[in-house]
Design a protein around this ligand. Structure first.
Ligand SMILES: *Cc1c(COP(=O)(O)O)cnc(C)c1O
Length: 215
């Protein structure tokens, strides 16, 4: 599927304050969409499935200065491919996956910028570390050599009011600040404004830029 909502893309770019980065979430969309956004200067693209991202392999081998971000659920057996092919990983949800990322980063001499996904509400189907769990493990996490942890990522539950979204994003931001992490990956098409108000540094926007996905 190929499409780009150009006016919306430009409007979002224009509305984002300095210091907030736009990650264009291109999952479900093909090379043409990606190329046309890239030709407008968009550098950061997000994918949530390893296989799908690697099929768009022109991205990975090309000379375009595209930065690829992994934002999906991480299966342990895909970590090597993720570390090899992505510049950023937003969605690490366990200590053991951090260990594996560090081990592979060391082996191949490349360490992606990493964020830890946190779960601020108890949603069983969703990935992420709970706040208490993250704080409890933080000293051990900091001891892992070769990791490049720069921030936290969160996905808010669906159906929240604007105020509820804002409150959760603020929780994520203050947790990041208490751990002295500079980056916060939060906000999607429906809630990026609240995320920006709460101090997001990476908004992850798909459908508002590319249109509705089939999947
Ligand atoms: C798909 C996805 C997005 C983008 O969602 P939109 O609603 O299309 O903007 C952002 N973050 C994650 C983790 C996603 O999987």
């Amino acid at each position: 599927m190929n499409s780009v909502d150009l006016p919306n893309y430009l409007k979002i770019k224009n509305d984002l304050p300095k210091g907030v980065n736009l990650l264009a979430v291109s999952k479900g969309f093909g090379s043409k969409s990606i190329e046309s956004l890239h030709s407008l200067g968009q550098q950061h693209f997000g994918e949530s499935k390893v296989q799908e991202a690697l099929q768009k392999d022109y991205l990975l081998n090309n000379k375009l200065n595209i930065k690829l971000h992994f934002i999906g659920r991480i299966q342990s057996n895909k970590i090597r491919k993720i570390v090899e092919n992505f510049d950023f990983i937003h969605s690490v949800d366990s200590y053991s996956k951090l260990l594996k990322i560090a081990k592979i980063s060391d082996e191949i001499g490349k360490s992606p910028i990493t964020m830890i996904q946190v779960k601020l509400e108890d949603e069983p189907q969703k990935g992420g570390m709970f706040t208490d769990e993250l704080i409890g493990k933080w000293d051990s996490i900091k001891m892992i050599k070769g990791l490049n942890i720069k921030g936290l990522m969160t996905i808010n539950p669906k159906g929240l009011s604007s105020q509820e979204n804002l409150n959760l994003f603020r929780k994520c931001k203050s947790l990041a600040e208490s751990l002295e992490l500079p980056e916060c990956s939060m906000g999607m098409s429906i809630d990026w404004k609240e995320a920006v108000d709460a101090g997001s540094t990476w908004v992850r926007i798909g459908s508002s830029i590319f249109g509705k996905r089939d999947v």
